[in-house]
Ligand binder design. Structure first.
Ligand code: DX5
Ligand code: ZN
Length: 223
């Protein structure tokens, strides 16, 4: 049976010199997915990882790899990331044109198709393609960097997104990303999110495993 909620630590905030050890620690603490933030220095003002890191993670964990592409023309990486072992491939509609086609291409390569919306992007972008979406990711910060503050107005958008999924009879995951901490995870869950990315709240802690368990506890405390 699926966990009621999923927690996806973002390796963006991990100590990359000790990546295997840190991934193992969160896996032992019950991490559900591993979140990988891919940035190109154009769509967002930061540069991070490519297929090489995904392949490396695939060798050190069996957890699903939840790959979030903050790059222009993410479709250029569908094949490479599928080959590298990505499980979820999430693209931004602000970063490309033929979104429906690319979501279908992601599924055709055996990955879950994710659609991520920046804080200023209306939910209607997701509504138009909801049948092609396995995961709807709402950004709760403007993407690019870890350890930013959760945008409070996002909570109401989560509520509307949950309603959209229900009305569309969609079984897509509803994921939130950015500023998720012990103080904000409860409100995001209360509004309807079921999957939680956390970077600094987990890997910025002295004990990442304990921090993850505390997040889950705080989350589950909100019905
Ligand atoms: C934001 C990234 C996030 C980031 C979250 O640009 O998409 O996944 O790693 O980091 P925290 O949890 O520290 O806000
Ligand atoms: Zn992310």
């Amino acid at each position: 049976m699926k966990n009621a909620i999923r927690i996806a630590p973002s390796v963006l905030s991990a100590d990359l010199a000790r990546l295997a050890e840190q991934v193992q620690a969160v896996e032992e603490a019950g991490a559900d997915w591993i979140h990988v933030d891919v940035m190109d220095g154009h769509f967002v003002p930061n540069l991070t990882f490519g297929a090489g890191l995904i392949a490396a993670l695939r060798r050190i964990t069996e957890l699903p790899l939840d790959v979030h592409l903050m790059v222009e023309h993410p479709e250029a990486y569908i094949d490479a990331f599928a080959d590298a072992g990505a499980s979820v491939f999430t693209l931004h509609p602000e970063a490309t044109v033929h979104v429906q086609r690319h979501l279908a291409q992601v599924r055709a390569r055996g990955m879950l198709a994710g659609l991520a919306l920046n804080p200023a992007t209306p939910l209607s972008f997701a509504a138009e393609v909801i049948e092609d979406v396995d995961l709807l990711l709402l950004m709760t910060v403007n993407p690019g960097f870890p350890a930013q503050q959760y945008i409070a107005a996002a909570t109401e958008k989560i509520t509307r997104a949950r309603r959209l999924l229900a009305e569309s009879e969609s079984r897509a995951y509803l994921e939130v990303d950015g500023g998720i901490s012990r103080d904000t995870i409860g409100q995001a869950h209360g509004a309807g999110a079921d999957t939680f990315v956390a970077g600094s709240a987990i890997f910025g802690a002295d004990d990442p495993g304990a921090a993850l368990k505390e997040l889950r506890k705080r989350c589950m405390a909100v019905a």
